[in-house]
Ligand binder design. Structure first.
Ligand SMILES: *[C@@H]1O[C@H](CO)[C@@H](O)[C@H](O)[C@H]1NC(C)=O
Ligand SMILES: *[C@@H]1O[C@H](CO)[C@@H](O)[C@H](O)[C@H]1NC(C)=O
Ligand SMILES: *[C@@H]1O[C@H](CO)[C@@H](O)[C@H](O)[C@H]1NC(C)=O
Ligand SMILES: *[C@@H]1O[C@H](CO)[C@@H](O)[C@H](O)[C@H]1NC(C)=O
Ligand SMILES: *[C@@H]1O[C@H](CO)[C@@H](O)[C@H](O)[C@H]1NC(C)=O
Length: 441
């Protein structure tokens, strides 16, 4: 199948021309699994094949997970590149038959294979990076049968440092008003790999791992299919540890920049930690609901061979996945109000708690309890923009977690929400119709 994306479109582009491929790759948030959160560098060919088989036997492929992604540490750390062709050499101990063998088996399972590289001299783990080798590496990935590239941001040489620095966690130096971050050297490093990928005769989903630097949300849609928005995630509710962050600081950033997402280009709030660390069941649940609601890529990061039923159930929730993968409405849910804080407050413990979005099934309300105690959370229907026209009507409210209707409500909906849990609700007319299909966030 021919795959050529609209390179000419990109070159001629005004703002917001995404990498639109004929087969639809990247139109919706990617769904899959990645080795990093549980395996780190301790990876080998057979791990990925086993994961592919488990995605099928656990029913995860059936609900949409399709990418099996190799993260850092897959190449030969000593030899790095072939001395003549300069191609990156896979680690023969980890991948004895090369990456193309892994790809072949993964494809035979009806799944897709992802790989990892870095827009610097070395990856974060110190393996060969792709800066300056974009065309050679894109050609290798394509010839091996790779379908997805996560492109990291470590080890950038000084001549590629940005003129103005923007790191979302700050502090930052000020850029001139109106500065176009799409001209930054960060954008140039990522665009070089985009151009190399577009020259290949293969669709490769392009996942920018630029950590929100250089305001990637302003130019990412011209460059790739998704872009990381913050430092690394860790399996904790709040706080930070070195360069990794808990869930609430990430949701705080999303409270302000949720709107950079739409079809073909997605804010990436990082891979899922559902099932990892010391999250409670409510926190595991909130994590998944929030990432679905934000239209983030859904990349599982937990071990599948020992996965527990409650975790599998969360990752398999069809209604939340359907919201994330909606074919008609591309926008993320948006904050309706902050709740705990005054609207618009930046708070890494108590971000926006009340969110509304829309799908082909109806209007959706997500209520996140950021407090350590059970809270009665409530919303007046007349405060929801999409319902203002019929604020006094009766609505049918449905619980997306249980798949059951909660009943009819008039005036407002109020529910007790457990500490750190998220109520995920669908609101329709009492006949089950969308109350206002023309509204979007
Ligand atoms: C990204 O680009 C696509 C394709 O051009 C467009 O449909 C979408 O609205 C853009 N996203 C945003 C947030 O502007
Ligand atoms: C592109 O790949 C397809 C099959 O994947 C093949 O049929 C076609 O000949 C290739 N085109 C070029 C220009 O290599
Ligand atoms: C998102 O909202 C901000 C603040 O309102 C605005 O400056 C920005 O242009 C919006 N972005 C998009 C892609 O609509
Ligand atoms: C959330 O995930 C972690 C890891 O499996 C687990 O420790 C915690 O208990 C989970 N919640 C469950 C399964 O209730
Ligand atoms: C979870 O782990 C983090 C960091 O390891 C720790 O700060 C926090 O207290 C732990 N939470 C619980 C509930 O054990």
């Amino acid at each position: 199948m021919l795959v050529l994306s609209v390179l000419s479109g990109l070159v001629l582009a005004g703002p917001a021309v995404a990498i639109v491929s004929q087969d639809g790759t990247g139109r919706l948030p990617a769904m899959g699994w990645n080795s990093w959160n549980e395996y780190g560098c301790d990876i080998k060919d057979s791990d990925f094949i086993k994961v592919g088989e488990l995605l099928i036997s656990l029913g995860l492929k059936d609900v949409g997970y399709e990418y099996v992604n190799i993260d850092d540490c897959w190449s030969d750390k000593e030899k790095r590149r072939d001395p003549t062709t300069k191609e990156i050499l896979p680690d023969e101990a980890k991948f004895p038959q090369g990456i193309s063998h892994t790809a072949e088996v993964i494809h035979s399972l009806g799944l897709k294979l992802g790989i990892y590289s870095d827009a610097g001299t070395d990856t974060c783990g110190g393996y060969a990076g792709s800066l300056g080798y974009e065309e050679i590496d894109a050609a290798s990935f394509s010839s091996w049968g790779v379908d997805y590239l996560k492109y990291d941001n470590c080890n950038v040489p000084t001549e590629f440092f940005d003129e103005y620095e923007y790191v979302p966690e700050g502090p930052n130096t000020d850029a001139p008003i109106g500065y176009d971050w799409g001209t930054s050297k960060t954008a140039k490093r990522y665009n070089a790999m985009r151009d190399a990928l577009l020259k290949q005769n293969r669709t490769i989903q392009y996942s920018l791992c630029a950590w929100g630097h250089a305001h990637v949300e302003q130019w990412g849609n011209n460059t790739g299919h998704s872009w990381r928005m913050w430092g690394d995630i860790m399996p904790a509710w709040e706080g930070k540890s070195e360069w990794s962050w808990g869930l609430m600081p990430i949701v705080n950033q999303a409270s302000f920049l949720w709107n950079a997402t739409d079809f073909w280009g997605h804010n990436d709030w990082d891979m899922l930690e559902v099932g990892n660390g010391n999250l409670t069941i409510e926190e595991n649940r909130s994590h998944f609901a929030l990432w679905c609601m934000l239209k983030s890529p859904l990349i599982i990061g937990t071990r599948l061979d020992t996965i527990e039923k409650p975790i599998l159930d969360i990752l398999s929730n069809k209604e939340l996945i359907a919201f994330n993968q909606d074919p008609v409405y591309g926008a993320s849910a948006m904050p309706l109000k902050w709740g705990y804080n005054e609207d618009g407050t930046s708070d890494m413990v108590h971000p926006a708690e009340y969110w509304v979005g829309t799908s082909v099934k109806g209007l959706h309300l997500f209520m996140l309890n950021t407090q350590d105690k059970t809270v009665k959370m409530q919303v007046q229907f007349n405060s929801i923009p999409a319902l203002r026209h019929r604020a006094n009507a009766e609505y049918l409210v449905h619980n997306m977690w249980t798949g059951k209707d909660l009943g009819r409500f008039r005036g407002k909906i109020a529910l007790d929400v457990a500490p750190h849990d998220t109520a995920a609700l669908r609101i329709t007319t009492i006949y089950g119709r969308h109350p206002r299909p023309e509204w979007t966030p």
